[in-house]
Design a protein around this ligand. Sequence first.
Ligand code: DDQ
Ligand code: CA
Length: 264
Amino acid sequence: MRRLPWSLSLFLLSLGCAPTQRQTPDAGAPEARPQRLAVNIVHTYPHDPSAFTQGLQFHQGQLYESTGEKGDLRRISLEQAAPLWKESLPDVFPEGLASDGERLYQLTWQDETLFVWNGTPPAKEKQVAYAGEGWGLCYWRGQLVRSDGTSTLRFHDPKDFRVKSQVQVTLQGVPQEMLNELECAEDGVYANVWHSNNILKIDYATGRVLAVIDASALAQAVRGRVHSYEAVLNGIALEPGTGRLFLTGKLWPDLFEVTLVGPA
Ligand code: DDQ
Ligand code: CA
């Protein structure tokens, strides 16, 4: 391939249209452009503005939330902001939350401890140690998917939380870091990007970003009613059966039911 003159390369770079890196040189067809989607607010529900949301997850027909900072595990509802049930976790910084239908799995940020909950109301069944940070967690086809703030998603065995495999998340070849709250859907894993209004939809097998969802309409909706730099979009839950999609943020007063829409 002929090299572009230096000045032209710089010009193209400044336009953001530098040649995109391919993930592997012999990967065959070039990586498809991700879909660009936005959110449409269907309903607005109350959310506890003191909840530092780190995980949002349906479990046995109920909605659960993991909150960080001075955190807890709580059962919440769409009717009221106050939790219906909660158990405080004063010694750790709780993070992502996942359900395998029977148990709840709750990460911690830097405490290297996974909590496994069982029963109704959930009771702590065991704690499992792991290495590294815990950010988001979701369950898909017998595996727990964990983000840790890097561009890597790790797939754990729920039995002992051993890492079985991992994948790097890329958007047109560029690694995507700061992946936070997760939600496992049939056709991809949704990931909040920390301190951004974007949610990425990621292919489980290749790590490629399939869609970039612009959720800035939600930050817009809570503007003026949040008072912390850390009050960012974080919290994705898909309701089994109905497919309804709920999104919220840390310290946000609202929890939104949304639909995804194509570009205007
Ligand atoms: N993480 O969710 C991105 C993994 C961690 C967020 C921690 C943000 C700092 C919170 C500090 C609160 C203490 C006042
Ligand atoms: Ca979730």
